[in-house]
Design a protein. Structure first.
Length: 163
């Protein structure tokens, strides 16, 4: 089988069912969002990877999602930087984090509108990546709340991101 390279924004649920972990290539000529499937699971860590998995909303509904920025051995870092995009009817919604510039357009209330649900039906969103990566289970399994339990300053986020 030849190597399958896709742009992250073009991944589909079928791609994620076939290969739940996708690694960024970091090759400019292929595009900054180019990814390739990781064929051997569990991976040692999820650095530089997107993970396709089903997440569970508070109301019990399960949705396919893409999760990124997971630090397999650092729960606090994962909690701060985790990225979530959910699929619905063939479309993908990227949930902005509290510090992202587009939070007002892509925050929890816009996710609720995208899903046609109330905020209290969605959050907390549960995920479990422990079958896909080695590491600290507290970093690989958790919830995404409407408001993070800890909000860091910009300086604190920068310091954490370069550790």
């Amino acid at each position: 089988m030849s190597e399958q390279i896709k742009l992250a924004e073009n991944l589909t649920v079928a791609d994620l069912e076939a290969f739940p972990v996708w690694q960024f290539l970091h090759e400019d000529e292929k595009g900054e969002s180019a990814v390739r499937p990781v064929k051997h699971i569990p991976v040692e860590n999820l650095k530089g990877c997107l993970v396709g998995t089903q997440v569970q909303l508070k109301n019990g509904v399960r949705l396919w999602a893409l999760i990124g920025n997971v630090s397999s051995n650092d729960p606090r870092r994962t909690q701060q930087f985790l990225m979530l995009s959910v699929f619905r009817n063939g479309r993908l919604f990227h949930l902005a984090r509290y510090f992202d510039f587009d939070f007002n357009e892509h925050g929890p209330h816009e996710l609720a509108r995208f899903l046609g649900l109330r905020i209290d039906e969605i959050f907390p969103i549960s995920y479990d990546l422990t079958p896909l990566s080695l590491g600290d289970s507290q970093a690989l399994k958790g919830t995404i709340d409407v408001e993070p339990p800890e909000k860091l300053t910009r300086a604190e986020r920068i310091a954490m991101s370069v550790q």
